[in-house]
Design a protein around this ligand. Structure first.
Ligand code: BG6
Length: 296
């Protein structure tokens, strides 16, 4: 879909605007009654969710790169059809190919309650099959209202069940990571990807003092991000067997080109995910994972 065609197709909708981000990527600016969102067709990537008269709830790197085939640092990348490094071939892109693939606009609808739903679509093609030999349709539905909800709907057309790992890799803006708490994780088992160890978290609250990269197994579906003891964002996940929590901290960021050295202080990733071996999808079944983000 070209920018011109999209502009033409949606010319009568005053709440939708199509333009280029940095001359390379097509973005949609969506204004609902309650909030504004920016969505890039590359990766079905939300880079801004701004409730009226409030700042962006999502963190976006001050040195973000908008370039074809390059993942946008910040906002909400989609990790699909695998999360993290590929399980057997390290030459394949980390976190799968969806985040750097070009999606089509499937539909945009305005709901009677003032929310706007944008649905984007990626279908298997020659390029995706070279990386993952599966016939699939991936729909990403983004609902913009008082909350932002991102849902990934996966369908495959294969005779054998297909293994899938995935994440809705949301970056949240926080004032100071050292005064940030993630709540409701009491008694949850997690894999610490840095120490390569499994533990059970005893405390209800997770605080941050160093590089953090954890996969919480079957966590509470409702989590809360707090900043300076004030509730900031409520998170609700569905269809996810894990929550990933990540902050690269001061050393790791030095190796990342699109991440200023001290920017780790202002972000926290809390990702609704399906990790591990458990998720298999079969022909004609639609598998859905979603994360609902509500500023409080
Ligand atoms: C997180 C992973 O989900 O994403 C981390 O748990 C990883 O291990 C991080 O470093 C960022 O990944 P990328 O590929 O976007 O730099």
């Amino acid at each position: 879909m070209t920018l011109q065609k999209l502009k033409h197709q949606f010319q009568h909708n005053p709440n939708i605007e199509f333009l280029y981000s940095a001359d390379e990527l097509i973005q949609i600016t969506v204004k609902s009654v309650f909030s504004t969102a920016i969505i890039h067709l590359q990766g079905a990537h939300v880079s801004l969710f701004q409730p009226n008269n409030q700042p962006n709830v999502l963190w976006l790197s001050p040195t973000v790169i908008y370039k074809k085939a390059t993942s946008i640092r910040g906002g909400i990348p989609i990790c699909w059809p695998w999360f993290g490094p590929h399980s057997s071939d390290s030459s394949k892109p980390a976190h799968g190919f969806a985040r750097v693939s070009q999606f089509d606009v499937d539909k945009i609808s305005e709901c009677p309650n003032g929310e706007i739903e944008v649905q984007l679509k990626l279908e298997s093609n020659k390029k995706t099959k070279a990386l993952w030999p599966v016939n699939f349709v991936l729909l990403v539905k983004i609902t913009i209202g008082k909350s932002l909800t991102v849902s990934l709907m996966s369908q495959v057309d294969e005779d054998q069940p297909v293994k899938l790992t995935e994440a809705i890799h949301s970056y949240f803006a926080v004032n100071d990571i050292k005064n940030t708490t993630l709540k409701n994780l009491e008694n949850t088992e997690y894999f610490d990807a840095i120490a390569q160890q499994t533990h059970v978290q005893t405390s209800n609250n997770l605080t941050f003092t160093k590089e953090t990269d954890r996969i919480y197994k079957n966590p509470n579906d409702q989590l809360l991000i707090c900043s300076n003891n004030k509730n900031l964002v409520a998170l609700e996940q569905q269809g996810a067997n894990s929550t990933v929590v990540w902050n690269p901290w001061s050393e790791k960021v030095k190796s990342m080109v699109d991440f200023p050295n001290n920017a780790y202080q202002n972000m926290l990733c809390v990702e609704a995910a399906n990790t591990g071996l458990e998720t298999f999808i079969t022909k004609k079944q639609q598998h859905v994972i979603s994360q609902k983000i509500t500023p409080v």
